[in-house]
Write a new protein. Sequence first.
Length: 172
Amino acid sequence: MMDASEFKRRFLPYHRRLYGVAFSLTGNREDAEDMVQDAYLRLWDCRDELDRVVNAEAFCVTVLKNVCFNALRSRKPISVTEDETMPVAGDMDVGREVEGRDAVSVVTELIKRLPPNQRQVIVMRDVGDCPYEEIEAATGMSAGNIRTLLSRARKKIKEQFMAIQNYELKKL
């Protein structure tokens, strides 16, 4: 049975990576922190089985992704007419929060429109923060091919995002 000090030594070093993955999936600092906390609670609940985990970092990321996907699936759409759905805290700029969420939604939609091989590598690398070796193993592609696909996908998303932003500015 794993005690608290062993759990902290083995799993807390991945906190920064888990937060990065959660933030990229939620697009929101508070939600990302909640998701990471929930993932750690789930890990702690199954601590008796964690001794059998070979790759602790990969296991943590998988648990976190499952937590995030479950939370995102169960959420109701945000409604600006309901006061409790709009986060307001101290000096937080609600306009920037909404813009950030809109940008995340746009980028998510642009990723969905990429060719399947570009979409696969950009989701694994930029959303899932997977190392190149893991992407190579999962896709069977060479590192050079992965880098080329990532470069093209990022360039395409950037160009399309800028075109959307410029269009929005012209409407004003």
